[in-house]
Design a protein around this ligand. Structure first.
Ligand SMILES: Cc1ncc(COP(=O)(O)O)c(C=O)c1O
Length: 462
């Protein structure tokens, strides 16, 4: 049997074509097809900081940043060194109190605002949301969770049940019952719903990432905090994407001085190297939920808090503080957003630029229908203008060697979410590419003419 297996050395040497074939045959054929149509099917073989290289020797700039997991860039040396330092410790020994687990939890209690003290480590963002929902339910003795339209909290059943996008929820109905959706940013609707129902928690992102980088109105989070206190509803803040400096403060909620009852974290906590998620709450909630010996193990995970992941989290947190990534995001974000706003003012294809720190979205206007009729070979009737985001991302990649992507809940927005360590020169490179694409209006349409037929055909014949 074993002679049929590919060993690691051979895997590392696989040609692009073969690697794609294995992916097609054994992972996700439809995604492989989509990436192929968009000319996104590169074989990336090396990465460092903001830079990535493919097997043909081309160099790219990564402005997707691992969906916000790469705050320190690809393969940060300090984080990789942590892995080497704990190689001889037991990685998995669940019937024990892991030292790295304990220290990572202590560090989180120091980094997060207010009275958040007790952490459970898991392996992803969605799992952190699962755990937070369970914690709110068991501690409150209530069951309903309120969440927002266009929110994104993950794709496992529990987190999907509070993710406000029909496309993702619909195929998996019935989801966890009793949850309700409210518009993001509207306190009066929240107040009404809080009056009517028996609610365990309200879960919200301080800035909606996958919703299209949507910032709430001034004072929203403070208002949410007050309403939650008034109605004894726990506030769960999902800082999975906004956390660890991304928006210019260590956590986005610091900007408004709001402390949640439970905070969900993941992504950059793993230094871009290890999968790790976490939820943290205050002592009172923790005691209510899991404070007795018979309840201590009600929520567990085999890999949760393992030595490698938590050692990496310790190193990542220290590195993010040492490098002052929040300041980096604030200063570079101000520069970047300022220049993008200027570009938007000069170009009608851009509807809006919005964001905070280095969590930035560009939303597009509906393109000129004549041009799209021409490039789509008469497919305009089928064409949703929503896919401008993927055309722009395709142009950025294939003409300018810059990696980006649209936001999951709003494909008409591309997200710019580079490592917080990105240089000004790299930001200028991105600005220059966008300038060529939009101001000259040529780049996008050249790309569209050469690629749109297959791209759009692929998208709409799915
Ligand atoms: C705000 C937010 N919450 C939760 C998640 C889910 O995290 P994961 O993909 O690690 O499950 C994401 C992922 O994009 C996110 O942006």
């Amino acid at each position: 049997m074993s002679e049929k297996l590919i060993d690691l050395e051979s895997a590392l040497k696989l040609e692009k074509k073969e690697a794609i074939q294995y992916y097609r045959d054994h992972v996700n054929p439809a995604f492989a097809r989509l990436l192929g149509l968009l000319n996104f099917d590169k074989q990336y073989v090396r990465a460092s900081g903001t830079k990535v290289w493919d097997s043909e020797g081309n160099q790219y700039l990564d402005f997707l940043g691992g969906y916000g997991a790469l705050n320190l860039g690809h393969n940060p040396p300090a984080v990789l060194a942590a892995l080497a330092k704990v190689q001889e410790l037991p990685n998995l020994l669940q019937a024990s109190m892991g030292t790295m687990n304990a220290v990572a939890a202590y560090n989180l209690s120091q980094l997060t605002p207010g009275d958040l003290t007790h952490t459970f480590f898991c392996n992803s963002g969605a799992e952190a949301v699962e755990g937070a929902i369970k914690l709110a339910r068991i501690a409150s003795g209530k069951s309903k969770i309120i969440y927002c339209f266009a929110s994104f909290h993950g794709k496992t059943m529990g987190s999907l049940s509070v993710t406000g996008r029909t496309k993702y929820q619909e195929p998996f109905q019935p989801l966890i019952p009793g949850n309700n959706m409210v518009p993001f940013g509207e306190l009066d609707v929240l107040e009404k719903i809080f009056k009517d129902q028996d609610i365990a928690a309200f879960i919200v992102e301080p800035i909606q990432g996958e919703g299209g980088i949507l910032l709430p109105p001034e004072g929203y989070l403070q208002g949410v905090r007050e309403l939650c206190d008034q109605h004894q509803v726990y506030l769960i803040l999902d800082e999975i994407q906004t956390g660890f400096g991304r928006t210019g403060t260590m956590f986005a909620c610091e900007e408004s001085g709001v402390v949640p009852d439970i905070m969900c974290l993941a992504k950059a906590l793993g230094g871009g190297v290890m999968p790790i998620g976490a939820y943290i709450s205050n002592k009172e909630i923790w005691q209510k939920a899991y404070g007795s010996m018979d309840k201590a193990l009600l929520h567990t995970s085999t890999f949760g808090g393992n030595t490698l992941a938590t050692a990496v989290a310790i190193a990542a947190m220290n590195e993010m503080v040492a490098q002052d990534v929040s300041k980096m995001a604030r200063e570079k974000g101000d520069y970047f957003i300022g220049k993008l706003a200027k570009l938007a003012a000069e170009n009608e294809m851009i509807k809006q630029v919005r964001g905070k720190g280095l969590l930035i979205g560009i939303e597009f206007n509906q393109p000129d229908s004549n041009i799209f009729d021409k490039i789509s070979g008469g497919m305009l009737s089928k064409l949703s203008y929503q896919y401008t985001g993927s055309l722009v991302a395709g142009t950025l990649l294939n003409q300018h060697q810059i990696i980006s992507a649209y936001t999951l809940n709003n494909p008409n927005v591309i997200r710019l979410e580079p490592p917080l360590t990105v240089s000004y020169q790299e930001i200028d490179q991105m600005l220059n590419a966008l300038h060529i694409i939009f101001s000259e209006n040529k780049g996008l349409f050249n790309m569209a003419i050469s690629g749109a037929k297959s791209v759009l055909g692929g998208l709409f014949n799915k």
